[in-house]
Design a protein around this ligand. Structure first.
Ligand code: PMP
Ligand code: GLU
Length: 396
């Protein structure tokens, strides 16, 4: 059976693949610690789960409007006003099946074949593949650990061409945890100010998992008015990855295009999950802070432990729940007659030798690194880092 070239050209999601591999090993009885997939390890807060149960009992069981319930879109607008100081109307919001669909919707709705999309790297696994789906051209800007994984205004300016249609920024970042300060964002915005034709898409899904830096939405810069698209959702802030609710907040013409697209291939998102998301945005925000504090403590722990491992180069991430160590000092080393030839080999070695699942940096357009998700218990982090240290020490 032949499948389409479109799918043949697509890479499978490495984060999901590694997580699947780790689940399979676990099912075989291997004691694997999974630091591969990035999702909060907390259950969804009780008041949100209760809202979902109420939604079922109150018969929110019919098709939903393609863009999402008006009450949810109003709650999102209120969230954007309250937390980000920005004004969007409900017509500018389209709710989808997770931020992942929201991102892909906007890319498919705005990118023509050959259009260039600037993506700073390391970048989350799905961005490049989504642009490929739209037949756009990815223009990478590499920001290695030496620059704390953040691009400079000069790099941005140099990457812009007459074909640039979009710049995609993610802060706090997956996979690096780096967070742009308001001043650093202003530097990038100053460059974009003289390119008014470029759409700026800001993936702000980790905004609340932020350890000190001020939350600053790209939508709050007047220079970007009318062309900024905000991507966000409930997966990370409210520990709701399985509910699949995310949204784009965008200029009206983009929202209309996304609505048309989504109306043909998925319709409105789950009625029950939307009601739960509404409760997340309108209810007490205490749960968000409780989880943030736990992630900050784990960040400190993982940075301390990783910092003690000879050969690993680490920064101190300011947000999200990932550590992205540089591992090139291990490449070329061997164990048991097998040579580690890439960061991908190293991730596989850590899985087989240390029983710790990580993700190869190459999946994030950054070979020479691996990603560790520390959204797991303190005990798991301690044990995983000990195993990683022991396994790396065996390489010679
Ligand atoms: N953007 C980034 C940077 C992510 O890490 C994720 C998590 N997979 C998403 C978007 C998508 O999140 P979801 O679809 O669960 O809302
Ligand atoms: N954001 C998570 C990660 O990067 C979830 C998996 C995915 O959707 O890629 O691991």
């Amino acid at each position: 059976m032949q499948v389409s070239e479109r799918v043949n050209n697509l890479a499978a999601s490495a984060t999901l693949a590694m997580s699947q591999k780790s689940a399979e090993l676990k099912a075989q009885g291997v004691d694997v610690i999974n630091l591969s997939v990035g999702e909060p390890d907390f259950p969804t807060p009780t008041h949100i789960k209760e809202a979902a149960k109420d939604a079922i009992d109150n018969n929110f069981t019919f098709y939903t409007p393609v863009a999402g319930y008006l009450s949810l879109r109003k709650a999102i607008c209120e969230k954007l006003r309250r937390e980000n100081g920005v004004e969007f109307a409900p017509e500018q919001i389209v709710v989808g099946n997770g931020a992942k669909q929201a991102l892909c919707n906007v890319i498919l709705a705005t990118i023509n074949p050959g259009d260039e999309v600037i993506i700073p790297t390391p970048a989350w696994v799905s961005y490049v593949e989504m642009v490929k789906l739209a037949e756009g051209k990815v223009v990478e800007i590499a920001a290695p650990i030496e620059q704390d994984f953040k691009i400079t205004p000069a790099q941005l300016e140099a990457a812009i061409t007459a074909k640039t249609r979009m710049v995609l920024l993610c802060s706090p970042s997956n996979p690096t945890g780096s967070v742009y300060t308001p001043d650093e964002l202003q530097g990038l915005v100053n460059v974009l100010a003289s390119h008014p034709e470029i759409i700026v898409m800001a993936d702000e899904i980790y905004e609340h998992i932020n350890f000190g830096a001020e939350i600053c939405s790209l939508a709050s810069f007047p220079e970007l008015a009318d062309r900024v698209v905000i991507i966000n959702g409930v997966s990370k802030a409210y520990a709701m990855t399985g509910w699949r609710i995310g949204y784009c907040a965008c200029p009206l013409p983009i929202a209309k295009a996304v609505n048309k697209l989504q109306g043909q291939y998925t319709s409105g998102a789950s009625s029950i999950a939307q009601k739960a998301a509404e409760a997340a945005y309108t209810g007490s925000q205490e749960c968000v802070e409780t989880m943030r504090v736990a992630f900050e403590r784990r960040r400190d722990l993982v940075v301390e432990l990783a910092g003690q491992i000879p050969g690993l180069k680490v920064n101190k991430p300011q947000g999200a729940f990932y550590l992205f160590p540089e591992v090139s000092s291990f490449i070329g080393k061997s164990y048991d007659g097998k040579t580690i030839e890439s960061s991908g080999d190293l991730a596989l070695y850590l899985l087989s030798e240390a029983h710790v699942a990580t993700v190869d940096g190459a999946a994030f357009c950054a070979p020479g690194y691996i990603r560790l998700s520390y959204a797991t218990s303190d005990d798991n982090i301690r044990e995983a880092m000990k195993r990683i240290a022991d396994a790396l020490a065996k390489l010679a």
